[in-house]
Design a protein around this ligand. Structure first.
Ligand SMILES: Nc1nc2c(c(=O)[nH]1)N[C@H]1C(S)=C(S)[C@@H](COP(=O)(O)OP(=O)(O)OC[C@H]3O[C@@H](n4cnc5c(=O)[nH]c(N)nc54)[C@H](O)[C@@H]3O)O[C@H]1N2
Ligand SMILES: Nc1nc2c(c(=O)[nH]1)N[C@H]1C(S)=C(S)[C@@H](COP(=O)(O)OP(=O)(O)OC[C@H]3O[C@@H](n4cnc5c(=O)[nH]c(N)nc54)[C@H](O)[C@@H]3O)O[C@H]1N2
Ligand SMILES: [Mo]
Length: 764
């Protein structure tokens, strides 16, 4: 394919016929088009299954079916006809499979049987479930200490699976819970807990219908939360404002043609999804919010001097917050040069954005990875919260904070105890429920688990879903460390690179997916539950026949491993593994917020988990919402490594055809890239600066100074409307460049959106 085939005009709007065409292709490509079309009708329905795509909420009064192009991809991906059987593993050795791409591995289809690695033949071989459970138990019990094991969770796991898993792991004796959330919204959890006493957002989907202004910051909903576009579009249609802060001009944040709107599709029309669009530099958002707060404070001064009504919500600030004076002094002392330099926006731009805020009664701020994957993500989110406190934009209709979660149940997993530093209240309640003491010392997050694997203190890795080896920074280094462990276990639906670095003893345990019917030993259908970004908990029950007769639910697999490892004296694993209602009863005893869980979840559309901050009740040490305490930093030193020519700051993000490490296809339609993932997006002026031309191949070299050579070679230069000095490329390929030693302060999240690199001429 020539270079002009790879790089073309991007689509004019997100959604539209391009999305429908893609849906058709996905359904046909799955090998089961008809049954998958039927499957889609049950997506996000009260009696169907929760979309495994993202964690955006479902509308309260949604009667028509709710899905999006990328939800379809997620479903077709799981409901494929292709199978990875024992014969497949007999044919391909692990060393051979290591050379395959992520795309090729996952396109082999669904895993069908439990497999054990045979180091003598270098092949995975089929085993019975009981052999697998016993083998894992023996290896776990042979460790010198439970803390030598790392228990990873990916955010697709249901509440029931996650709760049972943390019960098992804590009884086994460790709090080592590295979690995909550590690489994702951890900073939101940390910062919001400090600011408002709960690590979750405070808005409901209905609030978007009432907001006068939505700030949409550092996220790309057109690809990653497509159903959110409908909400943004509705805000704009109502005459309210959507102000985007994004380093790139993302298609979905400009226009959206809703494939579910028949007339619009026929007319080929589309509607705007934003009214204002500003492009800060990577990591510049704290400066933007600081600048906007400065404008608001100055406007308040003028209003006071002129005897006009106040702009600040003084009553809210007085009654509900602490730290206002100190924070104000800091904001006033920050000068405009510093703000402009750090934000990459001009004072005029920031003033115009702040004026929108001053003019709006009800404001929502949403954000995702563009905010959370930086060194200073926690202070940035504190700054966002402080800005919102100024006019009391929290805990009332149409206003609030909305971190838009990634994996469909990543928020729920945390709620039910996947937490390496679980609150004492949860551990107390678990001890009361189980009647035995549990470990209290903090466990490992992802960064610490990687450290323990690299220094040899970790000996076992167990994954409830996900693709740890590819999702983490320095992925090759970490994959090699996985291969040195005594035990690796992966519960998974599809084969990925994380399974191909087997430890001495290694198992791959295939599980049912969310779209599949799960029956217990009495033949009763089981459902699971999930929690979305708006803290709504709902049920999810599959409708397709399982991909293989051998598959077990995640819950039953966890129960099997737990029983073999710990015995059944404290917990009747067989009973819990066989009846999700029993797990839910246990969750409700440990976490009273779930109320009469089994009853509530069977109501139409589930129920809302109470969020005190959304009712202006602050579970912070002071009992008040807390203004930020950090001053604006100077990113320059961090972002420019001294003595190195032409350094750039790289963000690693998602293309339109991927789900994290799962690559559905090679196109990124909204950005005009086709058939290729090895690209870098770069400002045309910077292309000249590195003496290259559009379409050239270049090498991108990491600048982190620890003696390790980090390189992505032969990437194609794509001119793009992106601030100078900032470049962008795709994760997971570029995880080779992300150093595992640099992570966010307090969040420990890899700095995947600010990787310092230089660009060199390609050396074949
Ligand atoms: N189809 C699909 N859906 C998904 C996923 C998927 O891979 N595919 N992943 C799921 C998961 S786990 C997650 S966490 C979410 C991720 O959802 P997003 O956060 O939307 O994910 P990214 O692709 O990383 O996009 C980051 C966005 O932030 C912008 N950005 C980057 N750095 C900065 C910055 O410093 N400032 C500002 N203002 N903007 C910045 C980028 O230009 C980009 O638009 O999506 C979830 N949904
Ligand atoms: N450089 C860089 N790195 C990043 C990011 C980034 O933006 N840039 N984003 C980070 C983020 S936000 C996240 S959330 C992580 C994601 O990290 P992970 O959650 O670990 O990765 P996924 O790619 O979502 O996992 C895909 C695998 O999950 C398994 N799977 C799918 N469905 C199921 C199921 O129902 N049950 C089970 N048991 N397994 C299933 C399949 O085997 C599939 O191969 O990556 C992080 N890494
Ligand atoms: Mo995520």
């Amino acid at each position: 394919m020539s270079e002009s085939d790879n790089i073309r005009e991007p689509s004019k709007a997100a959604g539209g016929w391009g999305a429908l065409k893609s849906v058709g292709r996905q359904l046909m490509g799955s090998g089961a088009p008809v049954s998958n079309a039927r499957t889609l009708l049950k997506l996000n329905q009260a009696d169907g299954f929760d979309c495994p795509g993202c964690a955006w909420g479902d509308p309260e009064h949604g009667s028509s079916f709710e899905f999006c192009e990328n939800g379809v991809k997620a479903v077709a991906w799981e409901a494929t006809r292709a199978r990875v059987t024992p014969e497949f593993f007999a044919k391909h050795s692990v060393s051979e499979l290591q050379g395959w791409t992520d795309y090729d591995l996952e396109h082999q289809g669904r895993l069908t049987q439990p497999m054990r690695y045979n180091p003598e033949t270098d092949h995975y071989e089929a085993v019975s479930w009981q052999e697998a459970f016993d083998g894992i138990a023996t290896a776990l019990n042979a460790l010198d200490h439970p803390n030598q094991a790392e228990f990873y969770t990916s955010g697709r796991a249901s509440n029931e699976a996650a709760f049972l898993y943390q019960t098992f792991v804590r009884l086994f004796g460790t709090n080592n819970f590295p979690d995909c959330s550590n690489m994702c919204h951890e900073a939101s959890g940390v910062a919001l807990t400090q600011a408002i006493g709960i690590g979750k957002g405070t808005v409901l989907l209905e609030d978007f219908e009432k907001a006068d202004l939505v700030f949409c910051v550092g996220q790309n909903p057109g690809t990653n939360h497509p159903r959110m576009l409908a909400s943004l579009r509705e805000v704009v249609e109502r005459g309210a404002q959507v102000c985007v802060l994004n380093t790139l001009k993302e298609k979905g944040l400009t226009r959206f043609a809703d494939p579910q709107e028949k007339l619009e599709m026929i007319r080929g029309g589309s509607e705007p999804t934003s009214t204002h669009y500003y492009r800060p530099r990577l990591g510049g958002d704290m400066a933007v919010f600081r600048g906007m707060s400065k404008v608001v404070l100055e406007a308040e001064d003028r209003a006071q001097a002129e005897g006009r009504p106040a702009i600040l919500d003084h009553a809210f600030i007085r009654q509900h917050t602490t730290g206002f004076d100190a924070w104000c002094a800091m904001v006033r002392a920050t000068d405009w040069d510093h703000i402009e330099d750090q934000s990459g926006l001009t004072r005029d731009e920031i003033t115009a954005a702040a004026q929108l805020y001053i003019d709006a009664e009800r404001v929502i701020t949403t954000w995702a990875m563009g905010i959370t994957q930086h060194l200073h993500s926690v202070p940035t989110i504190r700054e966002i919260a402080s800005f919102m406190f100024l006019r009391g934009n929290i805990g009332r209709e149409g206003a609030g904070l909305c971190p838009v979660r990634g994996h469909s149940n990543v928020q729920g997993d945390r709620t039910v105890g996947i937490n390496e530093k679980a609150p004492a209240a949860l551990l107390d309640a678990m001890e009361k429920e189980l009647g035995v003491p549990l470990p209290r010392e903090k466990g490992h997050n992802v960064a610490q688990a990687i450290g323990a694997m690299l220094d040899g203190s970790a000996r076992a890795f167990f994954a409830l879903g996900g693709n740890f080896a590819r999702a983490v920074p320095d992925s090759t280094l970490v994959a090699q460390a996985l291969g040195r462990l005594d035990l690796t276990v992966n519960i998974a639906t599809k084969l990925n690179h994380g399974h191909l670095m087997p430890g001495k003893v290694s198992y791959v345990l295939p599980c049912l997916g969310r779209t599949e019917i799960d029956r217990n030993s009495r033949g009763e259908r089981q459902m699971v539950t999930v929690e979305d970004s708006m803290s709504m908990v709902h049920g999810s029950g599959g409708i397709n026949l399982p991909a293989s007769k051998e598959l077990l639910s995640e819950v039953r697999i966890i129960a099997g491993v737990a029983k073999a490892t710990l015995g059944s004296e404290v917990v009747d694993w067989d009973a819990l593994g066989d009846d999700n209602d029993k797990i839910r009863d246990m969750i409700a005893r440990v976490l009273p917020a779930f109320g009469d869980f089994n009853k509530a979840v069977r109501q139409h559309r589930g129920f809302w988990l109470r969020n005190p901050a959304s009712e202006r009740e602050w579970n912070t040490p002071s009992g008040l919402a807390s203004f930020g305490e950090e001053d604006l930093r100077d990113l320059t030193e961090w972002q420019q490594v001294k003595g190195q020519q032409a350094t750039f700051v790289l963000q690693t993000f998602r293309s339109h055809d991927q789900y994290n490490t799962t690559i559905y296809g090679m196109d990124d339609r909204y950005r005009g890239v086709y058939g290729l993932r090895e690209v870098i997006f770069i400002n045309p002026a910077d292309i000249e600066g590195i003496d290259a031309e559009a379409g050239d191949l270049v090498d991108i070299i990491g600048c982190h100074d620890d003696g390790r050579l980090r390189a992505c070679r032969g990437f194609r230069v794509v001119p793009y409307d992106i601030p100078r000095g900032c470049i962008a490329g795709y994760y997971p390929e570029m995880n080779e460049l992300v150093p595992h030693q640099t992570y966010g302060d307090q969040s420990f999240t890899p700095t995947s959106k600010s990787v310092v690199v230089r660009i060199e001429r390609h050396q074949p």
